[in-house]
Design a protein around this ligand. Sequence first.
Ligand code: R5P
Length: 222
Amino acid sequence: MTQDELKQAVAQAAADYVAQTAPAGSIIGVGTGSTANFFIDALAAIKDRYQGAVASSEATRKRLEGHGITVFDLNDVSDIPVYVDGADEIDGGLNMIKGGGGALTREKIVAAVAREFVCICDASKLVEVMGKFPLPVEVIPMARAHVARELAKLGGTPVLREGFVTDNGNVILDVKGLAITDPKGLEAQVNQITGVVTNGLFAVRPANLLLLGTADGVKSIR
Ligand SMILES: O=C[C@H](O)[C@H](O)[C@H](O)COP(=O)(O)O
């Protein structure tokens, strides 16, 4: 199976899971990225059961609307039974690195409201210790140099994502060389740096369920 076929398989498994568990008339949280895009396409087939969705990025909002799915402002929504999104890396404790597409902050906000986080990945994303994938950190532009110096003190090598601006008007520093043995501690530590909006570690709020696309089929890991 190709990587895209694995992503499509987990996206379909997630849509089936949503159909089984999310109450009719509810609002679904939707992530960002190539795997989430396959999920949006699968969600379109069952869209009439739901009121609509909350999007974690402008790209996701456009794709949802392209399928005729109503997109709600998160401020108008108090209950999201399930949030479905991909990840750049995920470990056995279902902690994740996200933000390869730069949508980490809105993803973290929607995930914070959701009752359940379902992560959908192909098998290449499951790792023992996270950190091979550079950790994305969203930063207020005027704080870029200060935050970079502070991240270097933590042992990382921050690299500005050139020519990229987030949906929130900020920049991204991708931090290489971090061995993430304490994901929750590092998530909190990086978020303490003044000028950081948030970082791509999802450990304070890890996934509840991983649907992993493998050559032997989709595996469910809790
Ligand atoms: O900002 C992007 C998101 O965190 C994505 O969920 C993540 O980068 C994984 O994307 P993909 O499914 O394209 O590998």
